[in-house]
Design a protein around this ligand. Sequence first.
Ligand code: HMG
Ligand code: MG
Length: 309
Amino acid sequence: MTQRIRITDVSPRDGLQAEKAIVATVDKARLVELVQRTGVDEVEVSSFVSPRWVPQLGDAADLFDLIAQGKPDGVCYSALVPNGKGLEAVLAVNHAAREAHGIERLIDKVAVFVAASEGFSLKNTNGTIEEVLKRFEPLIPRAHEHGLMVRGYISCIVRCPFDGDVAPVAVGDVSTALLNLGVDELDLGDTIGAATPETIDPVIMEVIDRLDGRATNDFGDPTLTLHLHDTFGHARDCVQMALELGVRSFDSSAGGLGGCPYASTETTRAPGNISTGVLVDAIRSSGYETAVDDAALFEASEYAAGLIS
Ligand code: HMG
Ligand code: MG
């Protein structure tokens, strides 16, 4: 039987967080609706971060309110949280959806994020790696108490826009720290699209080693996800290398939207995520399946591209 690969579409979050123009909440809701129709397993809807830092996503609670009643069975909704304040906002959204619409859990998963490099950690989250990890200590058990899954992102797994090359062992050490804190899934972010199959191979092997044989978690999902940005056109080859190494879960964005505002330098703007179309094609040509419907993906991708043009 052909193995199905898990896909998270991050376009409403990573796709829109770095756009100069702030997209209207109703248009984001339409994007979520189109993206979830494509057949992806998870939609990363927004972030509960400081609106001073990312004003583009300051409407996260309103967006969830708008999409609450259209959530299909079997699709996971997730959101980024950088600290306890973000988690409390997620719990408040879930509480409101339960009271208003009887939805047991609108947001299924929270994603914490930390960098493998000190430079990016400071720029993106105003703290050292150690300080950022400390913020997650009370957050993760509280998320679990409320039945939420927890994804742990690690950014700059190959190169940092401020510190340069990142050693695989540094990614491994942050992975171990996140696993010890109780995350259910590690998500490796090539934040600036620097990876090639040759440079991503040792990083994935290092992290698989740290996972110590745990390929799936208590929720039955893969413990390891790959989050590629596609600056130099290597993302497709990296997907194929990752599949060979055993990775069974990937992030992408409809229409290739995306980029982290704090990964841009004065001369280089942070690039978009790998597009869902490229990801699906890479998966299929490696002999694996996805649940993505091509016509629905075309519609979502066209709409996504139109939002930022
Ligand atoms: P800070 O300034 O040190 O935070 O930022 P603070 O605790 O001092 O608070 C400052 C203000 O923010 C206060 O408001 C807080 O209440 C408020 P004031 O009293 O001044 O009015 N605040 C919040 N408001 C709403 N929700 C919150 C929250 N927290 C504080 N959760 C902080 C530290 C982590 C908050 C900040 O740096 C931040 O929000 N960073 C987020 C940056 C971000 O979202 N980056 C993009 C996502 S990561 C990414 O894109 C990479 C990824 O795609 C993977 C990859 O590609 O590698 C995931
Ligand atoms: Mg990203």
